[in-house]
Design a protein around this ligand. Structure first.
Ligand code: AMP
Length: 267
């Protein structure tokens, strides 16, 4: 790749509480439009008025960009969020996350994983065996950053998602984020449900399972959401993992398959 890219990042908050964030990796010619759309999005966020919007643009050298691939998407339909969490637990178990680690992490996300029982700005980093939280800052967490789709992959993905009634910003952004996160060999699975009160779906993603969308993972109106990256790695590898997740640019040029909806009725 010869052309440099720009990392464009937005973060919006209301009196110190995280409201919204967005990440793109775009050529210089798109920076203005993308930055404007991020600011517009922050100003009209369903979680209400914001008191601060931070926008950061960094030049990324073309030589440092890695290429990646989206995971396949599986579309699980459940009838209530409790079943959704049961399914999420089963999927995480299949990735070899310990039962106690799953239970503890879900309870933490449900009560709000930041210190004041609100949503974090980034993700929890969780030891997949012990369930211990490893991120240094329990409010900021770890922010996966500097990842995006190529224009061609975005067009292809959106057409495929539209054919499956899934073409929305949440799915597109979550697929991109999950693609980068689960490509780290130390991350054995990711769990996410949104902090947007109107968006009740979530997912479990891993190399093993692909991106398992779950139609309900929280009650409607709930503002506490979050992400957990379950890791299996030595403590001395953590800094380099976080550095890679937050700093190393990844451009995704290959999309995955979108599987048809499948009902899951609970156990
Ligand atoms: P969202 O899917 O945007 O509603 O975000 C849900 C939760 O995921 C947020 O409350 C954050 O805790 C976390 N999160 C959002 N963006 C990121 C990111 N780039 N990296 C890690 N965690 C994130």
């Amino acid at each position: 790749m010869s052309e440099s890219l720009n990392s464009v990042r937005m973060r919006a908050e209301r009196q110190g509480l995280h409201v919204s964030g967005a990440e793109r990796l775009v050529p210089f010619s798109d920076v203005e439009e993308v930055a404007l759309s991020m600011v517009t999005r922050a100003l009209h966020h369903p979680r209400g008025p914001v008191t601060k919007i931070s926008l950061q643009v960094d030049l990324i050298s073309a030589a440092t960009v890695q290429f990646g691939q989206l995971p396949d998407l599986f579309n699980n339909q459940v009838t209530c969020w409790q079943h959704g969490r049961q399914l999420a637990s089963e999927l995480l178990l299949s990735c070899k996350v310990a039962p106690a680690a799953i239970e503890r992490t879900m309870a933490t996300l449900a009560k709000g994983a930041a210190l004041n029982n609100t949503s974090m700005r980034g993700a929890m980093l969780v030891d997949a065996e012990s369930g211990v939280r490893l991120e240094e800052d329990h409010v900021r967490g770890v922010r996966a950053s500097r990842m995006d789709l190529t224009d061609e992959a975005r067009t292809e993905l959106r057409a495929l998602l539209a054919a499956n009634q899934l073409d929305n910003q949440h799915v597109v952004e979550a697929l991109i984020l999950a693609a980068k996160v689960v490509s780290a060999p130390q991350v054995i699975a990711e769990l996410c449900w949104s902090d947007d009160p109107d968006y009740v779906a979530g997912y479990v993603a891993s190399q093993r399972t692909g991106y398992q969308r779950i139609s309900l993972l929280k009650p409607s109106g709930e503002e506490r959401g979050g992400r957990a990256f379950f890791v299996c790695c030595a403590r001395n590898q953590l800094n380099s993992l976080v550095e890679w997740l937050e700093k190393e640019p990844m451009l995704i040029n290959k999309i995955g398959r979108i599987h048809p909806p499948k009902k899951w009725r609970g156990k």
